[in-house]
Design a protein around this ligand. Structure first.
Ligand SMILES: [Zn+2]
Length: 168
């Protein structure tokens, strides 16, 4: 079965997700998330994106997957980096978003280890994007208001235009 990606403006994307412990339920969730991120060819995925309001994210680099439980950002650099971001939950919208260039985060791994992660550039951006999801924040919220309004209009336009094309 293919995991369905929860799309904007679903309310599960706007909720603060719950902390998890490393149990069978969480392991099953991680498995589903790895499958989904692979299938949809994302760099990262947060549990709310498959409809589960849990603090779990999965990162895909090449053929390997890293799951992080209850990730939390400890430090952010003042230096910023601007990246064109998109999101599996917000089809067809790409926006330049400013984020911290370097971060330090802590999380629990799926092996049950407490780790601290220092990340920069793309990895730092992906971590910030995915951890935002656990707090009900989407990348479009990080754009200026004007860009956000434009992107939401574009999103609905594309969505309904697609439906219209399909139904003909
Ligand atoms: Zn996203």
């Amino acid at each position: 079965m293919t995991e369905k990606i929860t799309k904007y403006p679903s309310s599960v994307l706007r909720r603060r997700a719950e902390e998890v412990s490393l149990d069978d339920e969480t392991r099953t969730l991680i498995k589903r998330m790895k499958k989904a991120v692979k299938k949809h060819d994302g760099i990262g995925l947060a549990a709310p994106q498959i409809g589960e309001s849990k603090r779990v994210i999965v990162l895909q680099t090449g053929d390997s997957f890293t799951a992080l439980l209850n990730p939390e950002i400890l430090e952010k650099s003042g230096e910023k980096i601007t990246t064109k971001e998109g999101c599996l939950s917000v089809d067809g919208v790409w926006l330049d978003i400013d984020r911290a260039k370097k971060i330090k985060a802590k999380a629990l791994t799926e092996e049950g280890e407490e780790v601290e992660v220092e990340a920069e550039d793309l990895l730092a951006v992906v971590l910030q994007h995915e951890i935002d999801h656990l707090n009900g924040v989407l990348f479009i919220d990080r754009a200026g208001l004007q860009k956000k309004i434009k992107s939401v209009i574009l999103y609905y336009f594309k969505k309904y235009f697609y439906v219209f094309k399909k139904s003909r």
